[in-house]
Structure formats: structure tokens, C-alpha cells
Design a protein around this ligand. Structure first.
Ligand code: RP5
Length: 320
């Protein structure tokens, strides 16, 4: 019995290591794993009428026609991939539908250092391209996304309790203490969001959350080497403990039938404001503003970020 328990424990730890590791090399296999608690809802923002940063109108998809299993014979999604993606920046795949000479991509697996495994399980390949596991979006191609299939991101939800000057925790209208999180205003659409970003090829998600927080909320890219060194030390403490709160599909307005966002979101919580209190927020990179924002169910945030915050509020029994 004890042996069996040890074996199960070892397997769980190993799966956790692999799940966070992504694709480090050709031989590695990344593990698909659903989020511990939350399941993604029917996507809504992925069906927004006008595709982001374009004039392109999506083919309208009513709620009941979202699942691929529902017959929708009239469905004629618009085909769109942004010119900036077709120009092949480092993070973009070739257009496999037209560039027939390009080497085949390994879907549902590790493609060199690129992780093409979905957190949602095995996705279907239809007419040579991946199919969005959450259903129809009204647009095919890759839109603004670089990768066919899952485009992996990571999101740091950095929280502290809202306090007055004497250090007393402040309550919301529901009588529960108010949490605050570090929020950035995105430069592309001016919406407030969690300071997350794309996982680089071969990068582990725990490194991505730390790097993205540094770049977007602390403007680390503009720092001198000495300042960066000091920041790294402070971040060591801040990011030493984190709780995974979500792993899976993101209802992102850039999603298409063949390319979609997925993320792993972590909560880094500073119970007594001793860590984050020392750090000065400063917007950088893709962020035009940064601030501590009160957590509340009425916030209007980018993509499905409000769902991650609902989970955080629930975990801390905070005002919502
Ligand atoms: C969202 O897009 C993710 O949750 C993450 O916050 C973000 C990553 O994309 P960029 O901010 O790098 O554009 O889907």
C-alpha cells in the first residue's frame, strides 16, 4: 500500500514538472493537463464581430452553433491571417496551406522547442490544420496569432490586501476584505488586463510569468544592468511561492478556428504587503499603464481574465 502511494506521488510530481516545462528539446514531451478547478465557458470574445486590429467581420456564430458537433451547413468563416504574421516574425509558423515545401509541423506534440500540446487535450486536425477545441469562431486562418493551434501564454495574478494608511484591511460592500491585483492597460486595445504574455520557445511557464511581470509592470527592459540585478533579487522573493489557478483555453478576441490562446495563470499573494510594497510599479513593453486595482466581479477586463480573478477571490475569501 505504501509502495503504491509512493509510486502515485512520484508520478504526480513528474507530471507536474513536465506540465510546467513545456518543450525543452526534441525528445521532451509536454503533458496536456486540464485546469485544477475551472472549466472554460462557451467562448464569446472569440466571436467578437470585428476582428482585432482589422476591419474584418467574422461570420456570425450563434451560441448554439458554436460546437463543431452541431450541424451548421451555412457556415462560411472568413479566411484571415494578418500581413504581419505572413511576414514570418520569429514567433510565427509558415503558412502551411500555401507553402507546401515547408517542413511539416508536429501538432499535438513538441515540435523542437515549440510546444504544440494543448492543455485541453488532443485537438483535431481537419484539412491539414488544427481545429479550435472550443468550437467555431467565424474566422479561419491565424488572424493575429503566430502559431497554428495553441498559442501558449502565462499570466501572473499578483495580489495584496487593500489597506488604509494604518495597515487596517478594508472591506467591500459585501463585508469581505478587498484584494488588489497588479493590472496593466494594454497598448493594443487600451483594455485593462493581467500582465501576462507569450511563452517563448523552450521557456518554462514559471519563467514566463516572472519575465512578463518584469517587462510590463516594472519596465525591466529599460533598466541598467545593475538595476536589473537588484530587481532579479527582489523578484526571487516575490515569485518564490505561487499557486496555479488556471490552465487551459483563453476566450481571447484574437482566437480563430485554427489558432487560439491558452494560458497557465498563477497567483502570487503578498499577505502583509511586505514584498510588493517595496517594488515600484512602472509600465513597460506592451503596457501603457500599470496600477493596483481592486478585485471585483464588475471589472471589465481583457479576454477571460475576469474568470481567473474570480477564482483568486474565491481562494482568499475576498470581496467580489
Ligand atoms: C491572453 O493574452 C493571455 O491570457 C495573456 O494575458 C495574453 C498574452 O498575449 P500578449 O499580451 O502577449 O499579446 O490571451
Amino acid at each position: 500500500m505504501l509502495r503504491l502511494a509512493i509510486l502515485v506521488l512520484v508520478l504526480l510530481i513528474w507530471e507536474d514538472i513536465l506540465g510546467n516545462r513545456g518543450c525543452m528539446g526534441n525528445k521532451a514531451t509536454a503533458v496536456a493537463r486540464f485546469s485544477p478547478g475551472m472549466k472554460p465557458k462557451c467562448h464569446v470574445k472569440a466571436r467578437c464581430e470585428i476582428y482585432p486590429r482589422s476591419q474584418i467581420k467574422r461570420f456570425p456564430v450563434p451560441d448554439d452553433k458554436v460546437p463543431w458537433t452541431t450541424n451548421f451547413s451555412e457556415y462560411k468563416p472568413v479566411d484571415y491571417t494578418a500581413d504581419s504574421i505572413l511576414k514570418r516574425p520569429v514567433y510565427a509558423d509558415p503558412d502551411i496551406r500555401t507553402e507546401k515545401d515547408s517542413p511539416p509541423l508536429t501538432f499535438n506534440g513538441c515540435d523542437g522547442k515549440i510546444n504544440r500540446v494543448s492543455h485541453m487535450g488532443k485537438y483535431e486536425i481537419v484539412d491539414g490544420v488544427p481545429r479550435n477545441p472550443q468550437g467555431r469562431t467565424g474566422l479561419k486562418g491565424r488572424g493575429q496569432l503566430g502559431r497554428w493551434g495553441p498559442n501558449h501564454a502565462a499570466d501572473p495574478v499578483v495580489t495584496r490586501w487593500k489597506m488604509d494608511e494604518s495597515g487596517k484591511t478594508l472591506n467591500g460592500s459585501d463585508g469581505r476584505p478587498v484584494l488588489q491585483f497588479v493590472s496593466v492597460q494594454r497598448r493594443d486595445n487600451h483594455q485593462w488586463a493581467i500582465p501576462g504574455g507569450m511563452v517563448d520557445a523552450g521557456e518554462v511557464v514559471t519563467a514566463t510569468v516572472r519575465r512578463e511581470f518584469g517587462e510590463e509592470a516594472l519596465n525591466s527592459m529599460e533598466m541598467s544592468p545593475e538595476e536589473k540585478k537588484r530587481l532579479e533579487k527582489e523578484l526571487d522573493q516575490l515569485f518564490s511561492t505561487g499557486r496555479e489557478i488556471y490552465r487551459g483555453y483563453v476566450d481571447d478576441p484574437r482566437n480563430t478556428d485554427n489558432a487560439w490562446m491558452e494560458t497557465v495563470a498563477f497567483n502570487f499573494h503578498d499577505e502583509d504587503n511586505s514584498c510588493f510594497g517595496k517594488i515600484k510599479l512602472c509600465a513597460g513593453d506592451d503596457a501603457m499603464n500599470v496600477q493596483w486595482m481592486d478585485l471585483s466581479g464588475s471589472l471589465d477586463l481583457y479576454a477571460s481574465h475576469i474568470d481567473f480573478l474570480a477564482e483568486v477571490a474565491k481562494n482568499h475569501n475576498a470581496s467580489w
